[in-house]
Design a protein around this ligand. Structure first.
Ligand code: GDP
Ligand code: CA
Length: 328
């Protein structure tokens, strides 16, 4: 069975980790992870790809479990030295071990390799057991429009990382995936979607992770025309994101911060949308009836991935729902 997963950082990485465990007994299972790259940023001359790295470190066993991002056993000497020089930005945490990843990536990009090749080379070290693909080799960067009284029109657009990490996600007027219109899916991405038996929309940020992947021209059509069953997992549990701030930008795009709101935003496949099936948390079981009515087959299961065992169980629930949809 071929499975393609659309993923952001922490929510997607934990889910894929559980999925890899869940299919471990199936020698013919092939996992492809299509990761968001619109969070990527140049810092200190280095190309940093937060979501690719979160997936790579999580699956490779190199993640800092507590933080959910960056390397385990990390030190911060380079950051201290940069601060001593007074070099900005000081708000983005680049650990010493993590820096090595960005150095290798930047060196390879400079030598002319596309991001997809660079990612494959980095992943070789970690032996992920899945194929990790950037959504695109082209530069796409999410910018967020916020209030700024010092500007003539009272607004300013900032890079997503500044919005998220430095400003801690204040109310926003718009989210713009700059460059997306001219981007192409990276090599292997369209094929992974077309050839999949199952496509999973991971419990990742619907706006700045999944939304930006789908903003790459051709992605939405590829999803719609694929013969795969498409199952999504809600990143919202009982009206809140369990980790991170996935609730912050939903109101900006007019989506209610509920498991039902996110599913309606993705839409039913039978109605021109993306989803055949959707998993909500047990606490959101009431969403099942209205969503079933819209043509999105919805089940309520435990969605909180607090342990590898629970991530694996959630992945098994996805496989189970997909199985039923395929036979149904
Ligand atoms: P980021 O790129 O690191 O922000 O990660 P993602 O794009 O994957 O999205 C983060 C979001 O994933 C969080 O804000 C949550 O909404 C969701 N998430 C994180 N952990 C869990 C979990 O255990 N269960 C579910 N259902 N969603 C989660
Ligand atoms: Ca991210």
């Amino acid at each position: 069975m071929r499975i393609a997963v659309l993923s952001g950082g922490i929510g997607g990485a934990r889910f894929v980790s559980g999925l890899r465990d869940a299919v471990a007994g199936h020698p013919d299972a092939e996992l492809s992870v299509i990761a968001n790259t619109a969070d990527d940023i140049w810092l200190f001359g280095l190309r940093v790809c937060p979501d690719l790295d979160t997936v790579m470190y999580t699956l490779g066993g190199g993640i800092d479990e507590e933080r959910g991002w960056g390397r385990s056993d990390e030190t911060w000497h380079a950051r201290e030295e940069l601060a001593a020089y007074g070099v900005e930005p000081s708000w983005f945490g680049l650990g010493d071990r993590d820096l090595a990843t960005h150095l290798v990536r930047t060196q390879m990009l400079g030598a002319g390799f596309p991001l997809s090749d660079v990612t494959a080379a980095l992943c070789e070290r970690w032996g992920l057991g899945v194929r990790l693909l950037p959504m695109t080799d082209d530069r796409v960067e999410t910018h967020v429009v916020i209030d700024d009284a010092t500007q003539a029109d009272g607004r300013r657009a900032v890079h997503f990382q500044e919005y998220w990490v430095r400003l801690k996600a204040p109310p926003a007027h718009a989210v713009i995936p700059v460059g997306a219109k001219d981007a192409k899916p990276a090599p292997g991405v369209a094929e992974a979607i077309a050839d999949a038996d199952l496509i999973v929309v991971a419990p990742s940020n619907p706006v700045v992770s999944i939304g930006t992947i789908l903003a790459v021209p051709g992605m939405t059509d590829a999803m719609r025309t694929s013969s795969a069953v498409v199952v999504g997992v809600s990143p919202i549990i009982y009206g809140a994101p369990v980790r991170g701030m996935a609730d912050r930008l939903l109101p900006t795009i007019g989506v209610e911060v509920t498991a039902q709101g996110v599913a309606e935003h993705y839409g039913a496949r039978s109605d021109g949308g993306l989803l055949d099936g959707w998993l909500v948390d047990e606490s959101d079981a009431a969403a099942a009836e209205p969503l079933n009515g819209l043509g999105i087959t919805t089940r309520a299961v435990p969605l909180y991935m607090s342990t590898p065992h629970l991530s694996r169980r959630l992945a098994a629930d996805v496989l189970d729902l997909a199985d039923g949809l395929r036979r149904g």
